[in-house]
Design a protein around this ligand. Structure first.
Ligand SMILES: [Zn+2]
Ligand SMILES: [Zn+2]
Length: 156
């Protein structure tokens, strides 16, 4: 009795904090929780109404689902207004300042750090409006840093 109780406790899966992008339209990847303000800044009102509270963003570049909720309702990427990086690889990586992923990659390949440094400094200041501008509502500094160091690693 002691053993079975113990193993049940250990076997129990932890509660999924980030629901998966719903199939068949979605990719099954992990979503990022977004605020209502972020959702409403990127999707038309009738699309927002279809999603319950606690919407998620799917960051997978090739996935056609942009936002979804825990009940499987979706907003597809083609309905998103404004920028949609990484859904649109040509879109600005930092919607606050209009810098594209291609520019960050070119700087990284050239070993040029001044623009990225300047961008990261501004991303922490009052000019940044990531909650409204970035489709996942997160600071674009995170994505800029990641892209820059990933590119540096590929082109040392
Ligand atoms: Zn997805
Ligand atoms: Zn930003």
């Amino acid at each position: 009795v002691y053993n079975s109780g113990l193993s049940r406790a250990f076997v129990k899966e932890p509660e999924a904090a980030e629901p998966r992008c719903p199939a068949p339209n979605g990719c099954g990847g992990l979503g990022r929780p977004v605020s209502r303000a972020t959702l409403e800044a990127h999707a038309p009102p009738e699309a927002c109404r279809a999603l319950s509270e606690g919407p998620f963003y799917c960051p997978a570049p090739g996935c056609r689902v942009a936002y979804f909720d825990a009940w499987g309702a979706i907003v597809t990427a083609d309905r998103i207004t404004g920028t949609a990086y990484p859904k649109d690889p040509g879109g600005p990586i930092c919607p606050c300042f209009g810098v594209t992923a291609a520019e960050i990659e070119a700087d990284a390949r050239a070993g040029r750090k001044d623009r990225v440094r300047d961008l990261l400094a501004r991303a922490e200041g009052p000019e940044a409006h990531c909650e409204r501008c970035a489709p996942d509502g997160r600071s674009c500094a995170t994505e800029v840093r990641r892209l820059f160091s990933d590119t540096r690693a590929r082109f040392p």
